[in-house]
Design a protein around this ligand. Structure first.
Ligand code: TYD
Ligand code: MG
Length: 437
């Protein structure tokens, strides 16, 4: 077909050869005699061999991966192009190669380019071995013969099956190559890490194609400010998901940032519209600053610009405050963001959002190092949150001076301010004039 009837693109059709082993249609009906009687087992009779995890010694990485790489697992590291996947993997490969046999296949960059990067980030040794070959049969053959502990392939979208007639990076090829690598990993107990760019559109297939068949999927995400990079586990058969690891992209590569909360607090200003809250990401309590800016609107429809939070939630909280406190948010533009490029999905940030909105509206800052943890109900009451202990510990560690929580939250500390409903929030902002109106 010349022109695609759906997107009107010309010459966009690609012929894909189906792999008999993967995609061949099963014959209709049963072929007599082709099956055999299977012996089943109780789990009591299944023995487990304990395999130690492969630790890189980069704590932020090891932790997100689930306490080191599981031998024989197939992992995908994904993220936007240029975010730092190759840089991070080079660091990890270099550290792993001190203890394990690691092969690095750089299908995207030549060995000279890799060397330039490696010398920039000071990661060259005799042990880590490289190849710039991208033919998947050869990579697999090498793996089978040499039996390394870990194979890294950067990126899978550039690898190809020589038998296949399609371009590298198409959905069919990506599936075929990953399937073959999965077998290599399982049959030879080699951990395989592949990178895969997130693709917005076009011919290249993205990581979603692979997610169901691999053991772990890790996203490297970026925030331009501070050059922070967040490594997030979204699927992990051998560890917890939603774990976060923090890195900073510097001129010497990716440095891990183990004290992210200190980093965040240092960036926080004591000003109107700023309130701290804490959210549990995986097993890790993060201290986060919510910033709000309220200004009288110049348009018929007021703007609501929200980053890092659920847009609807912010609109809802503004509506609750408007209803019960008669604050005319509907005549104001609302801008709310979470600092550090983190997204908060938990309702425990409701109270902090409400306080940030009011603080900006009244142009009155809350006490310094004030944190809020509580949920808001539609009736205007403030609800306690479950499992608050890790966040509290972290708050104490960083010297949070005032903690706003629900009245029914079981807590007693001289720093705690208990609030029953939204009416009591007004009392926190004294009698100052509304500067923005
Ligand atoms: P890279 O690891 O190549 O990204 P990806 O593999 O995800 O496409 O990172 C490329 C970017 O990182 C590039 O813009 C340059 C920058 N960079 C640094 O800032 N410091 C460094 O030490 C290195 C190696 C790269
Ligand atoms: Mg790369």
């Amino acid at each position: 077909m010349g022109c695609c009837p759906s997107c009107q693109e010309w010459d966009s059709f690609i012929e894909e050869q189906s792999m008999p082993s993967v995609t061949a249609k099963t014959p209709k009906g049963m072929v007599p005699g082709s099956g055999k009687k299977l012996a089943l087992k109780s789990l009591n009779d299944v023995s487990i061999t304990h395999q130690p995890r492969l630790l890189a010694g980069i704590h932020e990485w090891d932790n997100v991966i689930g306490g080191g790489i599981m031998p024989g697992s197939l992992l995908v590291l994904t993220g936007d192009p240029g975010i730092g996947k190759s840089t991070l993997l080079l660091h990890v490969a270099y550290k792993l190669s001190e203890k394990y046999k690691v092969f690095y296949f750089s299908s995207e960059e030549s060995l000279e380019q890799v060397k330039q990067r490696a010398s920039r980030i000071n990661s060259i040794n005799d042990k880590l071995l490289f190849s710039d070959q991208a033919q998947i049969e050869s990579i697999i053959e090498t793996g089978q013969m040499e039996k390394p502990d870990i194979i890294i392939i950067d990126s899978i979208q550039n690898c190809f099956f020589s038998a296949s007639h399609t371009f590298p990076g198409t959905v069919g090829q990506l599936r075929e190559t990953s399937f073959a690598l999965m077998r290599l990993a399982k049959e030879h107990n080699i951990a395989v890490i592949i990178t895969c760019h997130i693709t917005k559109e076009g011919q290249m297939a993205g990581p979603k194609t692979l997610e169901h068949m691999v053991d772990g999927v890790f996203y490297l995400q970026g925030e331009d400010r501070w050059h922070t990079r967040i490594l997030r586990s979204v699927k992990n058969r051998f560890g917890a998901i939603h774990e976060l690891g923090f890195f900073a992209m510097t001129h010497e590569g990716m440095e891990e940032v183990p004290h992210i909360n200190q980093y965040m607090l240092d960036e926080t200003a004591h000003a109107p519209g700023s309130v701290l809250t804490s959210s549990l990401e995986g097993s890790r309590p993060l201290l986060l600053e919510i910033q709000a800016l309220i200004v009288p609107t110049k348009f018929n429809v007021p703007q609501r610009v929200v980053t890092g939070l659920d847009h609807k939630r912010v609109v809802l909280i503004a509506a609750i405050l408007e209803k019960y406190l008669h604050i005319k948010f509907s005549a104001h533009d609302i801008f709310v963001k979470v600092s550090g490029g983190i997204k908060i999905n938990e309702s425990s940030a409701d109270l902090a959002i409400a306080l940030a909105l009011l603080s900006s509206y009244f142009q009155d800052a809350l006490p310094e190092k004030a944190m809020a943890l509580g949920e808001l109900s539609l009736t205007g009451s403030i609800k306690p949150i479950n499992g608050i202990e890790p966040q509290l510990k972290e708050a104490q560690k960083f010297g949070i001076k005032t903690l706003f929580v629900a009245e029914s939250q079981k807590l007693s500390d001289r720093h705690v301010v208990k609030l029953k409903n939204v009416y009591q929030l007004l009392g926190l902002f004294g009698t100052k004039q509304v500067a923005s109106t």
